[in-house]
Ligand binder design. Structure first.
Ligand code: ZN
Length: 167
């Protein structure tokens, strides 16, 4: 396994719209393992393929509260059904390091996706897991959570991170 490089905002590759995964082969399994290793190393609760420069509709997540009991989860070609109960949640992102802010998310939803072997599944999610699913699907659509903040806040964050990249 190997660690992948996580792209940071304002890298334009984070704005790509990802394409559906159609082949569930050995190369995909290696990519998924590398994405898990990269996410746990960061550490973070989710990592989308677009964050490592691959425009594929794939993300890995682990929203377990107890780090001794990991709950690795792979979502491929994910869709959200029946989103409900909009609430304000604190959010951060590995591609927007060192920054967190509050955004509106649905507290409950049903996820429809494929697992790493190409098997379809549905899952009822709420709280942190529901939030992470929305966050990761946004990545696959080329969106970042900072897009929901005011233009002024977003501009401040972009300037700060652009400066950090040059340093
Ligand atoms: Zn993110």
């Amino acid at each position: 396994m190997s660690l992948l490089t996580i792209l940071h905002h304002p890298d334009p590759r984070l704005r790509q719209k990802a394409q559906p995964v159609t082949v569930f082969d050995a190369a995909l399994q290696t990519l998924i393992d590398d994405m898990f290793e990269t996410m746990y190393d960061a550490p973070g609760v989710g990592l989308a393929a677009t964050q490592v420069g691959l425009a594929l509709r794939l993300a890995v997540m682990d929203c377990s509260e107890d780090k001794d009991k990991p709950q690795p989860m792979v979502i491929i070609n994910p869709e959200i059904l029946d989103p409900d109960d909009r609430v304000e949640m604190e959010e951060g992102c590995l591609s927007v390091p060192g920054i967190a802010d509050k955004v509106q998310r649905y507290n409950r939803l049903t996820l429809r996706a494929f697992d790493r072997n190409g098997q379809p599944f549905e899952l009822a999610a709420e709280g942190l897991l529901a939030q992470a699913i929305q966050h990761e699907i946004d990545h696959l659509d080329g969106k970042l959570y900072i897009d929901y903040l005011s233009a002024l806040k977003r501009e401040r964050i972009t300037k700060k991170l652009a400066k950090a990249r040059r340093a």
